[in-house]
Write a protein that binds this ligand. Sequence first.
Ligand SMILES: [Zn+2]
Length: 207
Amino acid sequence: MTPSDIRTAVAELRRQLRLQVDPAKPGPVPLDAFFAELNYPRLIHHTVPDLTRGKVIDHLRGEGVRVLEAGDAAERLAGFIFKAGRAAWVYVSSDRDNPIGRQRFTAGHEFAHAVLHRDDMPEQFFADTHQMLSNPDAELGPKEREANLFAVELLIPEEVCRAREEELRREHGCCPRGVLVYRLAAELLVSRESTRYRLNELKVGDE
Ligand SMILES: [Zn+2]
């Protein structure tokens, strides 16, 4: 999928779920509502302190889900999605390496797998480590890149970036990109890192 396909997929999803962007209303994108409204797969969403592969597998087995491959139980994870039939379990880690902005990004990334790759999940799941999510330009497989792009598109809407740029220009006559990064990251509860990436991509704000 190209970045433009991803943009279209997010716009289409917003329309379907009636969760359109309204820049007049400040605040973060209602990620919980996206999770609640998705019909297929139905998402079951857990935030787990210091998530590991072992904790995921134990939890899934506790829910009566048959999990074959277990892997290294001690491996630390940022996020994980497992789909079985029409349901999918999403796990996001809450730990010191994963502050709120990162957690939201991880949740958005797993949500992206649920939307984009629901019929095409390898071994029925994705296990995402911190490294995979933290560098958008790392040597990632196409599905991981798509999920990162989708998360940025979903959590940092272009309309909001442009509206806040306009406000800064009206108030101060200029819009330094660094200031806009700070404001948007605080409003949208996302990391400054991914906000900077987004503004560079959109060429919003003065360099
Ligand atoms: Zn992933």
